[in-house]
Ligand binder design. Structure first.
Ligand SMILES: N[C@@H](CCC(=O)N[C@@H](CS)C(=O)NCC(=O)O)C(=O)O
Length: 240
């Protein structure tokens, strides 16, 4: 039995019971940037949650099919069970968490600032992350080097756009001085961008905010190198 089988099958078998679970149950994997957004929201708000691992890239075909059929038609993570409901799409999930658990808000009160937060989230969520997602790069080319060039192209293009916006919107963090959805989206995006070898120095505002946020407990505890499925050789390393 390979590791994905060990991780996955209990998840599927336990699925029905999640609807009655009091703690939210989050399906994701360590390096998933969209899952990290949700992990960070839970930790920021002090909400206990349970993690279940599903990694579409290491899952067997049978597991992936089962996950797709039962949990998430796109075969993507995150998928969340919360309050008796199953939800997918990290931004919809963040909005739900904010609406149902408003303590320690992650959206500003001011509607203009809210729009700015959502603008930044949308740029990352629909203008960068989907383009770097491996299935998209694999559709572009069979060649691993070309795939990486494609991914870095979209990450660097996105980084340039974010820099222009954050120069105006930021204070301590992406929009003013409070942590918002925009920061929950920025940190995982910057982490991927750096991991793929893009030069962060060309976006000094993004880099400064990313590095400051990464030091905070919310991002340390939810960091890809600190998760139940983090490979041993990466555990606890490069957390900053
Ligand atoms: N818009 C989705 C994006 C989800 C997504 O792309 N997840 C990635 C991991 S970060 C994934 O599961 N990729 C596997 C695939 O697309 O096959 C969300 O925010 O939840």
């Amino acid at each position: 039995m390979n590791s994905s089988m060990r991780l996955f099958h209990p998840i599927v078998r336990g699925m029905a019971s999640h609807t009655g679970s009091r703690k939210p149950v989050l399906y994701g994997y360590a390096k998933s940037s969209a899952s990290w957004r949700v992990r960070a929201a839970f930790v920021y708000k002090g909400i206990e949650y349970e993690q279940k691992i599903f990694d579409p890239y290491s899952a067997t075909q049978a597991d992936a099919e089962e996950y797709k059929l039962k949990l998430n038609a796109l075969r993507q993570v995150p998928t969340l069970f919360i309050d008796g409901n199953k939800m997918t799409q990290s931004v919809a999930i963040l909005e739900y968490i904010e609406e149902t658990r408003p303590e320690k808000p992650l959206l500003p009160k001011d509607p203009v600032k809210r729009a700015k937060v959502r603008q930044i989230v949308e740029i990352i969520n629909s203008g960068i992350q989907p383009l770097q997602n491996p299935p998209v790069a694999q559709k572009y080319s069979d060649d691993a080097k070309k795939q990486q060039e494609w991914q870095v192209y979209w990450m660097e293009r996105g980084l340039g756009v974010l820099e222009k916006i954050l120069v105006d919107s930021s204070g301590k963090y992406c929009v003013g001085d409070d942590i918002t959805f925009a920061d929950l989206a920025l940190v995982p995006q910057m982490f991927s961008t750096r991991r793929f070898g893009a030069d962060l120095n060309r976006a000094p505002t993004c880099k400064r905010i990313f590095e400051d946020l990464l030091k905070l407990d919310y991002f340390q505890r939810t960091h890809p190198n600190n998760q139940p499925d983090t490979p041993d050789e990466e555990r606890g390393k490069n957390l900053n």
